[in-house]
Structures are given as C-alpha cells and as structure tokens.
Write a protein that binds this ligand. Structure first.
Ligand SMILES: [Zn+2]
Length: 301
C-alpha cells in the first residue's frame, strides 16, 4: 500500500492550475515542468498515473519531484499541516499506530430530543447527565467539535485526499467498550444524505458529525425554533434544528456548518423520504467556517 500524501493541485509551465482528476487524461493536458499549487510554494512536482500495484489500484496523484520540498507555509505540506492540527487539538486527538484518533468522549445525552424542553440552563445540564466525565459537556465536547471541523477543512483543502483521510479515525465509547469508526463512518458530508439516513437507521446510537454548505437558515414557521438546512443535491434534506433561534442567527451566516450530536434522528421516522436531523441545544454544537478562508490558491481553469 502506498501511503504518500498527494498534492491536490499543481501549476504547469504555462501557469495553469490542475487537479489530480486531470492526470488520467490522454494526452495529459498540462505542460511540464509542474510546480506544487500551494500558494508561495515553488516545489517541483510530478504526476503519477493511477496503476495497479500488487493487485491494488493506486489512485493517480501529484507528488514532489526528486529532492523537492514544500515551502514552510505551503498549505499542501500535508505532513506539517497534520502535525499542526494534532498539536493544536492534542486534548482530543491521540496519535496511535500511525493514525490520529479523535476521542469523542460522548456525554450521555438525557435531554429529550423532542422540542418543548428547556435546554440551556445550568440545572438542566447538571442534573441530566450521567455521572462520568460527561458531567461537563461544555468542557469535553467543544474541543471535539473544533477538532472535527479542523479535519474537515484540512480534507477540503486537500481535495478529499484519501490517504490523508485514512489517517483519521474517531473513537466512540459505548457501554460495551470502545468502537473505532473510520472518518467516513463518523463524519458525513450532507451531500451523502441518502447514505446518512440509512446509517442512522442501522446505527441509531452512534454519534456523528455532519457538515455541509448552508442551503437555508432561519426561524421555523411554527414556534420560536430555528433551523439550518444543508445542501443536498438529490437525497433527503439534512436539518440542524435549534430550540433557540439565536443559535441559527449567530451561526447560520457562514458558508459551511458542521453539527455534532450523539443523537441523529430521522424525521419523519418511518418514511422512505426521512430526513436526517439533529437538535442544537447549545450553540457550541455547531462549528462554522467560510470557504476559501484557508484555500491555498485560486483555480485558473
Ligand atoms: Zn507545496
């Protein structure tokens, strides 16, 4: 197995930018020499076509040329960026066996998921939680959500690099022990809402992070609740519903949102068009960011 991080984008001799999906085209559309497409980086790069290696398909990738190194701040310097991410989030990310394990430390959520309860008070929060480390969810969970959002943004920058993604897993604590989830099992793009709905049915008790582009946000038609609806091309909508409208007002303005909950549900529950949804009972259950704030380069083609 080749486990080298690829470079998601290069610039060719004419200054045109290319992503890795262009590598398999014949003839290849770029003019050599190639340079790493990270802003400020001038490392030489080479295109490696997809090939079978020991009966395993190796995806096409750009990689550094012989002896080349990324500039210090190159956003495509994946090793450095992963190191930085792990350092910044070391309270909840544990390196182990070549992987980085996001420790979910899930609170035992006892707040009913139906509307009508009064979240957001110290009494509710203190009395409703299991007598374990989850007694203070505002201390244990926000770092997990921030770390999950950081991984999502890193993978966005890397054009969803499969090698980088395979380095991240999530560790869920269940009554029967630890459950290690692949990144795809834990963290869902809203664009996979059909698969997400099926997964919620199969694993109803599993915590998940779901992220996507904000399609709609605002107050719900009835009552004082609010909602954020994430972009889904053809599957059922994904909704982050808030018992308090202010969470949506505060958070709904950024382009991307990640919501984290131990209790994703389907609404209505027994319909082929059931929509995945979670309840935002505290503002820290959401992370938000804008595209291109971290993007390394403008695309020229
Ligand atoms: Zn570079």
């Amino acid at each position: 197995m080749v486990d080298t991080f690829g470079i998601p984008r290069v610039v060719d001799a004419r200054g045109t930018s290319f992503g890795r999906q262009q590598i398999q085209r014949t003839p290849q559309p770029f003019v050599k020499p190639l340079t790493c497409g990270g802003r400020t980086c001038s490392a030489t790069a080479v295109a490696v076509v997809g090939h079978l290696r020991l009966q395993t398909w190796v995806n096409p990738m750009f990689r550094l040329g012989p002896g080349a190194e990324h500039s210090a701040l190159c956003p495509f310097n994946v090793e450095a960026r992963v190191d930085d991410l792990v350092k910044e989030h070391r309270a909840v990310v544990e390196p182990k066996d070549g992987q980085y394990r996001l420790l979910l430390q899930i609170a035992e959520a006892t707040t009913p998921s139906a509307p009508g309860v009064r979240p957001n008070t110290e009494e509710t929060r203190g009395a409703g939680l299991a007598p374990n480390a989850a007694r203070h969810p505002t201390r244990t969970l926000p770092p997990v959500i921030k770390a999950a959002a950081a991984v999502v943004q890193l993978l966005q920058d890397l054009d969803d690099d499969p090698v980088a993604k395979a380095r991240f897993v999530a560790v869920n604590h269940t009554p029967t022990g630890r459950e290690v989830l692949t990144w795809d099992e834990f963290c869902w793009p809203s664009t996979n809402s059909r698969e997400l709905a099926a997964d919620i049915r199969t694993n109803p008790a599993r915590p998940r992070a779901v992220w996507g582009r904000v399609a709609k946000a605002g107050p719900a038609k009835s009552g004082r609740t609010g909602f954020i609806q994430l972009d889904t091309p053809d599957g059922p909508p994904v909704r982050l519903r808030a018992k308090n409208e202010k969470y949506v007002v505060e958070k709904g303005l950024s382009e991307f949102v990640l919501g984290f909950s131990a209790r994703w549900e389907l609404f209505p529950p027994n319909s082929p068009r059931s929509a995945p949804q979670m309840w935002i009972t505290e503002s820290w259950m959401l992370a938000t960011w804008n595209a291109f704030t971290q993007r390394p380069n403008t695309i020229q083609v």
